[in-house]
Design a protein around this ligand. Structure first.
Ligand code: PHE
Length: 339
C-alpha cells in the first residue's frame, strides 16, 4: 500500500471519529474545513497524488475515490443524526398542552350596575345630566332645603375645602343645577361619585356611587314614582321583584320615603341576606319639596315632581351576594374576575 493511501485511510478514520462526536452543525462545518476544506487534510493528500508514480496511480486513485465516498457518507450520517436530534427536541414540546390564556379586560361590577341602571332609565325616557364632584354648599345643602343645623353638614360627615366648597355627599345637587339652568318639564338621571366622611366598614365607604333621578311636570304623583322604581327593580333584579315604600325624611322631598326591593335571594321568604325580613333597603326618594322649587325659581303651585337616589354599590352587592363593600375597592383581581 502506497504511503498516500495509508495517510488517506488514517484521515478517513479521524474524520469518521470526529463526525461521530459532533453535537452541532457548527462542528460539522469545522470538520468539513478540517478534512475537505481548501487546506484540509484530505484535500492536501489528493493534491499530492501528482507525485505518485504512474504505475501506482490507478490503485491510489481507487483508494482516494473510496475514501472520498466514505467521507461523504460519514458527513451525511452526521447531518442526519443531528437532524433527528433536533426533531426529538421539537417533539419534546407538547403541542396538546392548553395554550397560555390571555386575560381580556372586563368592567368592574360597580361600573356594570351603573351602566345597566343608566340604560334602564334612558329607556324610560330619562336624560343623563352631570354635575361636579366638588360642589358649592349652596347646591349640596342650601338649595336642597337642608337647614343650617342639619347633621349631614357637619365637618364630621362632609369633606370641606378651604374655599368653603365640599365634596358632594349625594348626587342630589345635580337636581338643583339642572333646574337652575332649564325650565320644566325635567326628566333626568345623574350617575356619579359621592363622598362622605364615614369610617369604612362592611357597608360604608368614604367614596361611593349614586344614581339620582328627577322628574318634574304637572300633576306628578307618588304613584308615578312607584311605577318607575318598580319597573327599574324588575329590570335590574328580575321580573318577580316587588317594591315597597316606607315613610322617611329628607329635607328636599315631602313626603319622603325609603324604598325596598323584595329579597332576590329568598324571594321574600326571609334569609340571611335580608336579615329575615324578606326586604332589602335600596335608598331614598319622595316628592320634590316646594321649597326646592322656590329655590330654583320654579312655581310650586304649577309644578310637581318626584326625586329618587340610589346607591350603586348596594345594588352590586345584592346582585352578586357580596357582603363587604370594601371588597369592591381593594382591586384584588382574583375577587373582581369572578363577576
Ligand atoms: N340624596 C339622598 C341620600 O343620599 C337620597 C335621595 C335622593 C332622597 C332623592 C330623596 C330624593 O340619601
Amino acid at each position: 500500500m502506497n504511503e498516500i493511501e495509508t495517510h488517506l485511510q488514517e484521515a478517513l478514520i479521524q474524520a469518521q471519529q470526529a463526525l461521530a462526536a459532533v453535537t452541532s452543525s457548527a462542528e460539522i462545518e469545522e470538520c468539513h474545513i478540517r478534512f475537505l476544506g481548501r487546506k484540509g487534510q484530505i484535500t492536501a493528500l489528493l493534491k499530492s497524488m501528482g507525485a505518485v508514480p504512474a504505475a501506482e496511480r490507478p490503485q491510489v486513485g481507487r483508494t482516494a475515490n473510496r475514501v472520498k465516498q466514505e467521507i461523504d457518507v460519514a458527513f451525511a450520517a452526521a447531518r442526519a443524526a443531528l437532524d433527528r436530534q433536533d426533531r426529538v427536541v421539537v417533539q419534546a414540546l407538547d403541542v396538546t398542552l392548553p395554550g397560555r390564556r390571555r386575560h381580556s379586560g372586563f368592567l368592574h361590577p360597580v361600573a356594570r350596575v351603573m351602566d345597566d341602571a343608566v340604560a334602564i332609565f334612558r329607556r324610560l325616557g330619562f336624560v343623563v345630566a352631570d354635575g361636579p364632584d366638588l360642589e358649592t354648599v349652596h347646591h349640596n345643602f342650601d338649595a336642597l332645603n337642608t337647614p343650617p343645623e342639619h347633621p349631614s353638614r357637619d365637618v364630621k360627615d362632609t369633606f370641606y375645602l378651604a374655599d368653603g366648597r365640599c365634596l358632594r355627599t349625594q348626587t342630589s345637587p345635580v337636581q338643583i343645577r339642572v333646574m337652575e339652568r332649564q325650565p320644566p318639564p325635567v326628566r333626568i338621571i345623574c350617575p356619579g361619585r359621592c363622598y362622605r366622611r364615614d369610617t369604612p366598614d362592611a357597608t360604608h365607604s368614604m367614596n361611593f356611587h349614586q344614581i339620582e333621578g328627577l322628574y318634574v311636570d304637572r300633576q306628578v304623583s307618588l304613584a308615578d314614582l312607584k311605577g318607575v322604581l318598580g319597573e327599574f327593580a324588575r329590570e335590574i333584579m328580575g321580573p318577580d321583584v316587588k317594591i315597597r315604600f316606607r315613610p322617611h325624611f329628607f329635607p328636599f322631598t315631602e313626603p319622603s320615603i325609603e324604598y325596598d326591593f323584595s329579597c332576590i335571594m329568598c324571594g321574600g321568604k326571609g334569609c340571611g341576606v335580608c336579615k329575615h325580613s324578606g326586604w332589602l333597603e335600596i335608598s331614598g326618594a319622595g316628592m320634590v319639596d316646594p321649597a326646592v322649587f322656590t329655590a330654583v325659581g320654579y312655581d310650586p303651585e304649577t309644578w310637581t315632581g318626584y326625586a329618587f337616589g340610589m346607591g350603586i354599590e348596594r345594588i352590586a352587592m345584592i346582585r352578586h351576594a357580596i357582603n363587604d363593600i370594601r371588597l369592591l375597592y381593594e382591586n384584588d383581581v382574583r375577587f373582581l374576575a369572578q363577576f
